[in-house]
Design a protein around this ligand. Structure first.
Ligand SMILES: CC(C)(COP(=O)(O)OP(=O)(O)OC[C@H]1O[C@@H](n2cnc3c(N)ncnc32)[C@H](O)[C@@H]1OP(=O)(O)O)[C@@H](O)C(=O)NCCC(=O)NCCS
Length: 153
């Protein structure tokens, strides 16, 4: 099943995204991280300005999204965040495709650099599948258990 649905990938700084494209990403981030996860938190932040945004499109529908924060901004390493697939597209391997695509883009953009992620704890195994290893203790971020993970290449 994974990999059956082919997405069109867009990898862009915020200034290169059209208002409509960023709006689509922001709609989905709010739908997933605020509404679905029932979490009141500040989703848009200054890190959006120092990130690469990865959008996976199925036709004109945004199916998957994440951002990679520049090294030296949040962490010393480039850092994946806001990892999501649209609820309408779950369970078809898009989460796998999304992270794999992001890691390839990172390898090209910052060759040889490790990647860090602040992962929701329930997805520990998912990220371990890409070679991420947990570093440090579980902690609460906006009330949700997280663990920091590092991928060394
Ligand atoms: C996590 C998420 C991106 C996975 O998207 P998806 O398109 O369903 O991903 P895939 O179909 O590629 O599944 C990949 C793996 O995700 C993991 N996974 C997905 N949902 C899960 C859940 N509810 N609990 C545990 N693992 C889960 C599984 O390991 C799955 O592997 P499997 O195919 O061997 O079962 C999606 O569920 C999502 O957007 N969740 C809400 C946002 C979120 O929590 N993001 C993570 C922030 S760190």
């Amino acid at each position: 099943m994974p990999g059956n649905l082919a997405l069109r990938w867009q990898w862009a700084r915020i200034d290169e995204l059209s208002a409509r494209d960023f709006h689509a990403a922001k709609l989905l981030r709010d739908a997933v991280f605020v509404v679905e996860q029932n979490c009141v938190y500040q989703d848009a932040d200054a890190l959006d300005l120092v990130s690469w945004h990865l959008l996976g499109w199925s036709g004109d529908r945004l199916a998957a999204y994440l951002r990679v924060v520049d090294p030296g901004s949040n962490y010393p390493e480039p850092s994946l965040g806001r990892v999501l697939s649209s609820p309408a597209f779950r369970g078809q391997g898009l989460g796998q495709q999304l992270v794999a695509e992001a890691l390839q883009r990172c390898a090209t953009t910052w060759p040889g650099q490790p990647n860090r992620i602040s992962a929701q704890q329930y997805l520990l195994q998912f990220y371990q599948g890409f070679g991420f290893v947990p570093v440090g203790e579980t902690y609460l971020e906006d009330g949700i258990p997280h663990v920091e993970m590092l991928l060394i290449k």
